[in-house]
Ligand binder design. Structure first.
Ligand code: FMN
Ligand code: FE2
Ligand code: FE2
Length: 395
């Protein structure tokens, strides 16, 4: 691990975690995740956040490499989630005089995690700490995505230390800055991170944007993923779009199918939508693709088609997981079409309808439920259904 300079006297310590399978024991990490923290080596020295305990054996050595024997004056805690607070006790043990900077809520959580309640400097929204040349101004960003979360803006370098906001899944494989990487890969992982971790708090993200208005941001230093030094406006643009529930053109078709009937209908419907000139149609089997990816796709596309077989009088349990997450995250501004399959009294479509009523998305096609194995006659029941979806997309 090479020490990387972000600004004259500001350094990043970034740890790649390729071992963790599931972030928050929930979200798959096929490409890993990076934890970033930052050191300002000014007249006074400051460490902004730490990393997950156990993600590296060398965290204290990395700090020492930057500080070269100098003492650490401040430990600034922008976020207490354990993927960033994990090394706090080690930092305090190594630098017993370090002043810990956080807000009232930070300190409540800090006490409950590590029983630390000394050497604290409590800051509130707008407060500043001067390090010499650098001056850190704190911006509280309550519930983005924890109650204590805040950002620190350096008025000297105009760097925004943004904690989880503008972060991303995926390790930093050589490239650490946005201008060093091909963003095509990271955009999907960034949206997946947003939709899985932050998306529920989109209204709070919008509030944070209001607070950031009028602040000139030269670089964004998040605690996961790439550092935005070339084009921080791009990160802001994406977060603004996702937190405003803006969409891209396209149709996301999710099906739950035990014996293939529902899947066949999904393919049939997709074909007709395509024949009617719609591009970007994506079909996923909810039993196969992890809900993490389905949520990310739902955060992208305007039109969502859900099809479920009946399962004990309800929709299939794997479809229920997706629907439950959508209700929980309260995704807005989507167009919906529903279909079902069954062999006797149905139930899949009925429970999908309940979901539709709860989430309040506009339904753009008359729902259809068919019994038994689909033949040409049953497929034909979906012609108008698919046509309505295509018409909506082509409007
Ligand atoms: C465990 C199980 C539970 C089912 N529950 C119902 C039900 O409550 N109502 C119904 O009409 N059909 C029920 N079915 C029948 C399926 O919904 C029906 O065969 C459907 O076409 C299967 O679609 P698929 O081939 O996409 O899995 C059930 C089937 C299974 C295996
Ligand atoms: Fe977090
Ligand atoms: Fe995090």
């Amino acid at each position: 691990m090479k020490t990387v300079q972000v600004y004259d006297d500001i350094y990043v310590i970034s740890v790649n975690d390729r071992r963790k399978q599931l972030f928050e024991n929930m979200w798959p990490l096929p490409c890993g995740i990076a934890y970033n923290c930052y050191i300002v080596d000014d007249e006074k020295t400051a460490l902004l956040d730490t990393v997950e305990l156990g993600s590296t054996n060398n965290f204290m050595a990395y700090i020492n490499d930057v500080l070269k024997g100098k003492k650490l004056d401040y430990l600034i805690i922008n976020h207490m989630e354990p993927d960033h607070s994990g090394e706090i006790q080690n930092v305090v043990a190594r630098y017993p005089d370090v002043k810990i900077v956080g807000n009232k809520l930070t300190f409540k959580i800090l006490k409950s995690y590590f029983n630390l309640s000394e050497n604290l400097i409590e800051v509130a929204d707008g407060d500043e700490i001067n390090l010499g040349k650098h001056n850190l101004k704190f911006i509280t960003t309550t519930m983005v995505h924890w109650p204590e979360s805040m950002m620190a803006y350096d008025t000297e370098s105009q760097i925004l230390f943004s904690q989880d906001a503008f972060g991303c899944f995926g390790t930093l494989d050589g490239a650490i800055f946005d201008d060093e990487a091909n963003f095509d890969f990271y955009e999907d992982e960034m949206r997946r991170y947003y939709s899985n971790v932050v998306g529920k708090y989109s209204a709070m993200v919008q509030k944070a944007f209001v607070k950031l208005q009028g602040i000139s941001v030269k670089s964004i230093c998040p605690i996961h993923g790439l550092i935005w030094r070339k084009n921080p406006a791009k990160a802001m643009e994406l977060y603004n779009k996702w937190s405003n529930y803006e969409t891209e053109k396209g149709v996301l078709i999710l099906f739950a199918s035990m014996y293939g009937n529902t899947e066949q209908i999904a393919d049939y419907v997709a074909r007709i939508i395509s024949e009617n000139g719609v591009k970007n149609i994506r079909i996923y089997d909810v039993s196969k693709t992890h809900v993490s990816y389905l949520m990310s796709e739902a955060w992208k596309y305007k039109t969502i088609v859900l099809g479920s077989c009946a399962y004990n009088g309800e929709m299939h349990p794997m479809m229920e997981i997706f629907c439950r997450e959508m209700e929980h995250y309260a995704l807005k501004n989507r167009a919906l079409a529903l279909f079902g399959t069954c062999s006797w009294g149905g139930g899949g479509l009925k429970s999908l309808q309940k979901f539709a009523a709860n989430i309040g998305w506009e339904q753009i096609a008359e729902p259809v439920e068919v019994k038994g194995i689909p033949d040409n006659e049953k497929f034909a029941c979906f012609d108008n259904f698919a046509k309505s979806i295509a018409d909506y997309c082509n409007k």
